[in-house]
Design a protein around this ligand. Structure first.
Ligand code: ZN
Ligand code: ZN
Length: 359
């Protein structure tokens, strides 16, 4: 990964914000700027120098993993704010930005107690750099999507009359790691019968319910990058009333996919799906936004939703996941991941989204 290019872009952001340095405390941002996958670290980044602050447990991992020309600073004593920051700042650094969306309040209070230094809130300085994926990130995202589809395809062959929601969730988590992913990118949603009416149902110990929707929303994290895909299939058979609902969601997804291109706002893409669902009489049954970015985190920017007035740009990744949820009955959601290209978009998923009966 080209960490120096990322750090150069970050430093341009610091200069425009009039900051001498940025204190990076959010682990996904630390991974983006250094490649570190451990659980405890802080970065202090300036135009001229950058420090990687962590404790004894991660010194060896730092040497093996961290790119970008950081100097290691030992924080085994856990005195980052009280001692290390004033030392590192010396007489050069005065205005230091911190990630105001990410810093725990208790640490903020400690920062405020440092007399010589002025800590300035910043919002999404690093997160915004992460929106546009470079070639190496895209390669990893494509590999994550491909593994996701492999596992989903295998899952279909495992479904039988005794299958429980929890069994399928466990297979996803096991197979993700077995095939080389770090983990599932989120706890799988396996929702059968009335459970499928809850967009974020999780899974239960209950058996799959014949003749109802079975929503499988799953992802893997492979080489640091996530996938996220949903298919709603039908266990044993699909009653005609659900065929109709499925067709509405699938058409909404197709319309939204056709709208994804540079310069279009998140609200406009969301509307392409939402208007179709509303025209079909299900406006109040689609209560969540249409999509979100995916990368180091399974949910990141940019969002596709009613209030999002920022425009898409080449290199953005967005999910397209319309749904219809009928309380007490069940629900349908279908989700793919798209790359915004120079003149439109590419659906990273290859798996068809036709109605499928399993088991
Ligand atoms: Zn999903
Ligand atoms: Zn999603």
């Amino acid at each position: 990964m080209n960490y120096s290019a990322r750090l150069d872009r970050l430093n341009q952001g610091l200069q425009s914000a009039g900051l001498d340095a940025l204190l990076v405390t959010y682990l996904p941002n630390i991974y983006y700027l250094s490649g570190f996958t451990g659980s405890t670290a802080t970065l202090l980044v300036t135009g001229a120098r950058r420090w990687f602050i962590t404790d004894f447990r991660y010194h060896e991992q730092f040497a093996q993993q961290v790119g970008g020309g950081y100097e290691l600073v030992d924080n085994t004593s856990k005195k980052l704010i009280e001692e290390l920051l004033p030392q590192l700042a010396g007489s050069e650094l005065r205005r230091i930005g911190f990630e105001s969306d990410r810093l725990p309040h208790a640490q903020f209070v400690k920062l405020q107690a440092l007399p010589e230094l002025s800590f300035e809130p910043t919002t999404l300085l690093v997160d915004n750099l992460r929106l546009i994926k470079d070639a190496e990130e895209l390669a990893r995202l494509r590999a994550a999507v491909a593994l996701n589809e492999r596992i989903f395809t295998e899952l279909r062959g495992l479904i039988g009359p005794e299958t429980r929601e929890a069994d399928l969730a466990a297979e996803i988590e096991y197979r993700a790691r077995h095939y080389g992913a770090e983990a599932a990118s989120f706890s799988p949603i396996i929702a059968s019968g009335v459970n499928s009416a809850k967009p974020h149902a999780g899974f239960t110990a209950g058996k799959l319910v014949p003749g109802t929707p079975l929503t499988i929303d799953m992802g893997v994290r492979l080489d640091g990058y996530c996938s996220d895909m949903t298919r709603t299939v039908f266990f044993r058979d699909c009653p005609p009333q659900w065929e109709k609902v499925y067709a509405i969601v699938r058409e909404a997804k197709r319309l939204a996919a056709a709208a994804i291109r540079p310069g279009v706002t998140g609200a406009a893409v969301d509307a392409a799906a939402r208007l179709h669902i509303a025209d079909a009489g299900h406006g109040e049954h689609f209560g969540h936004g249409l999509g979100h970015g995916v990368g180091i985190e399974v949910h990141e920017g940019p969002r596709l939703a009613r209030t999002v007035e920022t425009a898409l740009a080449p290199g953005h990744i967005v999910t397209n996941e319309p749904g219809i949820y009928l309380p007490g009955e069940g629900g349908i959601r279908i989700e793919d991941m798209h790359l915004v290209t120079a003149d439109g978009n590419e659906n990273l998923n290859r798996l068809p989204d036709e109605l499928l009966v399993v088991g």
